[in-house]
Design a protein around this ligand. Structure first.
Ligand code: CO
Length: 151
C-alpha cells in the first residue's frame, strides 16, 4: 500500500469511527399554529449523560390559544398523562404536578417563544417505547411522535 492509500484508509476509518461513537443527545422540535410538530420521530442514544430538549413555537398565536410543550413518557403512559394534564389546567401548565410518568417536559409556550428542558441520561432504555407529545387540551392526538432510543 502506498502512502496515499494508507492516508485515505486512515481518514475513512476515522470518519466511520466518529460516526459510530457520536451519540445523539439532543431533541429539537418545532411547532406552529397548525398544531403539528415538524417531526414524527426523534432518535436519541441511551448512552447520553443527559439529553437536551428544545422546542420552538414558530406560530403567532398566544399560549392560551395555541400552547405547545414537549412531554416525554413511556408510550403506554402517554394517554393517561395527557388526560390528567387537562385536569391540571392552565395554571398547572396542563401537566400533573410531580408525576413520575413524566420523564421530561418543557414549559408551555406560545407563538414566537422557545423552551428547553433536560432529560437525565439513563431514564430511556435502548429499544424501549417512548412517546413525545404536547399536553395542551386537544393537542395530543395530533401533536405526538415516537422517541427512538438507540444504544
Ligand atoms: Co400544542
Amino acid at each position: 500500500m502506498n502512502i496515499q492509500k494508507s492516508l485515505l484508509a486512515l481518514a475513512l476509518f476515522g470518519i466511520a469511527g466518529w460516526a459510530q461513537a457520536a451519540p445523539n443527545c439532543a431533541i429539537k422540535l418545532k411547532a406552529g399554529d397548525d398544531m403539528k410538530f415538524d417531526q414524527k420521530s426523534v432518535t436519541v442514544s441511551a448512552g447520553c449523560k443527559s439529553i437536551s430538549i428544545e422546542l420552538q413555537h414558530s406560530g403567532k398565536l398566544p399560549v392560551a390559544a395555541m400552547g405547545h410543550n414537549v412531554v416525554i413518557t413511556a408510550t403506554p403512559d402517554a394517554a393517561g398523562v395527557a388526560q390528567d394534564g387537562i385536569k391540571a389546567g392552565a395554571a398547572g401548565g396542563y401537566l400533573p404536578a410531580g408525576d413520575k410518568r413524566v420523564l421530561a417536559s418543557t414549559k408551555m409556550i406560545g407563538g414566537g417563544q422557545s423552551a428547553t428542558a433536560t432529560l437525565a441520561g439513563g431514564k430511556l432504555k435502548a429499544g424501549g417505547a417512548y412517546t413525545f407529545f404536547c399536553s395542551f387540551p386537544g393537542h395530543s392526538a395530533l401533536m405526538r411522535g415516537t422517541v427512538v432510543v438507540t444504544p
